[in-house]
Design a protein around this ligand. Sequence first.
Ligand code: UD1
Length: 448
Amino acid sequence: MADARPFHWEYRPEPVAREVFRIDGGQPLTGMVTISGAKNSALKLFAAATLTGERCRLTNVPEIEDVRVMAETLRDLGVVVEHPADNVYEIASGDVEWLFVPLEAAARMRASFILLGPLLARFGRVIISNPGGDRIGRRPVDLHVEAMRTLGASIDYRNGYYFATAPGRLRGAEVTFPFVSVMGTENALLAATLADGHTVIRPAAQEPEVDDLISFLQAMGAAVERTAPDTIEVDGRKRLRGAEHRVMPDRIEAGTFAIAAAVTGGRVILQDAPCDDLAAFIEILRGVGVGVTCGPDSIEIDGAALHAGGYTARDIETAPYPGLATDLQPPTAVLLTQAAGTSHVHEAIFEDRLEWTTEIRRMGAKLKLTDGHHATITGPSSLVGAEVEIGDLRAGASLMLAALAAKGTSTIHGAHHVHRGYENIEGKFLDIGASITRDAEGTTVNDS
Ligand code: UD1
């Protein structure tokens, strides 16, 4: 543990196969899409499975790149990760020999940092890369680290790595966050399940994925409860057992396909979509003029108003749950380009989540950035196909939505980013009548 070698000196990002989507837009999308399991739940459930040496079984796991990265990262630690069928994973963390999460994992997926809490709690030590490398300011994990210290861990930061130890056991404590953090809450929660004593986490994130994690932990024998909307309490146990869990549906994927129906003036049924988890988003859709009908396990989206009277502009603001999810801000902004009047977008959670708007302007959207957190959209715009570049996961899905709404052909480079979080996205769009192809660009790049 005292070894302070700068592990990342030799680090080079792994080559990523570049892909390109070509989309002929302007056709209404109609039919049914089955929503996959939630990325932001599945990754945490994999981490939770390391809290026991017994076998855990996860079903409805989305077949996406981030899940593959998490599975590989765990295998590198010595965890047995099997994939016996599509969407099913079995994880057995009996012998973990190598308590080291390298920069290679962190650079590919920020969520690898969720392994800090469970590995520290179960094995008493871990060396884990800072997901932002040395760029601490931009993608901070300070809340996670402070939470572990509150639970009794010693953590040093050297050469881009956190060296964390907790000889004996972590100790239950009051973990108080200065503001809500989803993964911060989850890391503290995972660690506290094996700590000695009682832990109170406040303010705890209220995202439904946190509750999916709580259900799995309860099935593993953990004494965890949400005792108030913003409070989670945990009585630490000496050990947890193996369990089986079905990953909850992905509300962000559901929201993305809802916008696809809306911006093309189509009609799409989202099967297995969680209406309750999308309340703030659905309220915005209805306010704009999109028809939304909630069934017991499906949502029907009707975009008929696009061509009959049109949609109406609306101001939106992202917020922690139950507010509008920041991950749904880019898709919602695409919808607002099709609404008459001026809409203001306030991205309150992240500083870089409006950067994607540069690319949609190439398609003819009238969108002005005031600063890193605010944009103004004037609509409706007749979008036209263009050549654009995807910078990250959510931006990528939104450029696909804009291309589906646009007249003519769009060429969207950087398609591989979208596979990080969406299972078979082009197949699902094809099923509802989109004209879309995906090809290799013929080159590979170092792209982290
Ligand atoms: C999770 C989701 C992500 C979603 C986000 C907000 C996963 C894998 N990712 O990310 O898709 O967009 O919630 O809903 O579940 N912050 C700090 N210090 C920290 C941690 C966070 O300053 O230690 C800041 C962040 O920069 C951000 C805010 O807190 O401004 C909220 O981020 P957080 O809720 O922690 O997001 P993630 O859990 O990383």
